[in-house]
Design a protein around this ligand. Structure first.
Ligand code: FES
Ligand code: FES
Length: 166
């Protein structure tokens, strides 16, 4: 394949259909952040080690720096910009604020999305499951305890509610 030849892809992004023409070697991170303007998708290490670039693809948390943009074709993609709804902040966002789980905020979008993927697959996770699920998301500021508290609190609030109502 010609590395300069663009590929047409379409996918669902934060609830809306989008279409893009991407280079074969382009990362999902580059497409979402630089070309589609979703600045909540953070670039940290660029090599899959910090989790700052985490997005949710088909209900699983992935490092967008390690995923090709072309692989998004046909997928359902969520970035932090899609968490908030017209009725307000997502319960995870509210819990992060209430538990002081945010300082500089650089890790926060990735943390929220890893936590979101965990909760939709697991319901109300244990503390150990939360720690394991967030192990790939590094935070230089908070010491992690408040983040784990916030995720546990949000999971309890979300329990029993329809996914579409969060
Ligand atoms: S920027 Fe993707 S894991 Fe660090
Ligand atoms: S709040 Fe600063 S890196 Fe986590």
């Amino acid at each position: 394949m010609n590395p300069e030849e663009k590929i047409r892809i379409s996918f669902r992004l934060n609830g809306r259909e989008v279409e893009a023409h991407v280079l074969p070697g382009e990362t999902a991170l580059h497409l979402l952040r630089e070309r589609l303007g979703l600045r909540g998708v953070k670039e940290g290490c660029g090599i899959g080690e910090c989790g700052a670039c985490t997005i949710v693809v088909d209900k699983k948390a992935v490092n967008s720096c390690l995923m090709l943009a072309a692989q998004l074709h046909g997928c359902e993609v969520l970035t932090v910009e899609g968490l908030e709804s017209p009725v307000g902040l997502h319960p995870l966002q509210e819990a992060f604020l209430e538990h002081d789980a945010i300082q500089c905020g650089y890790c926060t979008p990735g943390m929220l999305l890893s936590a979101y993927a965990l909760i939709i697959s697991r319901g109300v996770p244990t503390r150990e499951e939360i720690v394991r699920a967030l192990a790939g998301n590094l935070c230089r500021c908070t010491g992690y305890h408040q983040i784990v508290d916030a995720v546990q609190d949000a999971a309890r609030r979300m329990a029993g509610k329809e996914e579409g109502r969060w």
